[in-house]
Design a protein around this ligand. Sequence first.
Ligand code: 5AD
Ligand code: FES
Length: 354
Amino acid sequence: MLSDNNNDIKDLLKSYLITDEKEYIELLSKVEKVTLDNVGDKVYFRGLIELSNYCVKDCYYCGIRKGNTEAHRYELSVSDVLSAIDVAYEQNYGSIVIQAGERTDIQFVDKISEIIIEAKSRYKDHLGITLSLGEQSKETLQKWFDYGAHRYLLRIETSNRELYYKWHPNNALHDYDNRLSTLYSLKEIGYQVGTGVLIGAPFQSVDDLVNDLVFYKTFDIDMVGMGPFISHPNTPLFDKKETSDDLKHRFDLSLRMITSLRLLMPTINIAAATSLQAIDPMGREKAVRAGANIIMPNVTPQKSRADYQLYPNKPCIDEEAWECKGCLEARLSMVHRDIGFGEYGDSPHFFERI
Ligand code: 5AD
Ligand code: FES
């Protein structure tokens, strides 16, 4: 099995991450077979609802961080969220993801409970519910699970503790061990657990990314969403010299991360991160070709989409939900993939590990 000192595997993964274009194309045909054999030829959709951009944390890369006084803050009402859930259901998306900046106050926790309870009573087991709501207490996570949420995404952001604190230097707000222990709690409760990392962010090396892949494997994760870092002007990590070549490099590295991970963990769900599309209009489709099998079309009411700006140049801000559906269908047919409409599209890996 893979352990931290498994240098052969690490060397192999590193060689995947630094391949040139010609070698990478060869790797793509290999990954296509592994993807089709293990997770099939369908891409599953999760309707993404960005519930609120209030956040108690201060991640140095993130546009909705607490310290960004320029951000226009919003929070959707329960009825707004339920309408968005209806839209996702009507589009036959099979699952939703509820995402928000981090908050742990009781009003917030109760609001999420109310939404889960109502969504479950409307759609029973015809709509999967994934949450992406940051670090929460085990009791809260258990409660949401009992009400019917069954998947949870919490990006570790990096598996390198020192690097984590460079990106999150405020020790009063950020605790790497708490983030890790939240991931363990999610597993103990019985969620399908997703994590992920930023790719190509400041101070990060290729070896860090290799270790991130090893982290996914040793933690035995069910789902991964990871994408390129794009610097945001109202954050401490803003790089005013960032060039299109920098972004292209991070984009290519992200595709190689996806391909390497699919080869390393053939049966997990891998999302094509939206930040890929912020760099390349065909970003998500290229991610599917690289080994991803999940896409998260935005179903947030249009009035709030532009305010949920984690990084600049976020795509699909002006489209209505139904436009996203048609657009994605056409795009995915270009990469010869069907869409698993109306299905949960659970991670096969989850059923292997429980
Ligand atoms: N560039 C790319 N991804 C970002 N995220 C936050 N800020 C940025 C950025 N500037 C990612 C984080 C977070 C997820 C919701 O969005 O990894 O976990
Ligand atoms: Fe909100 Fe990072 S800034 S969780």
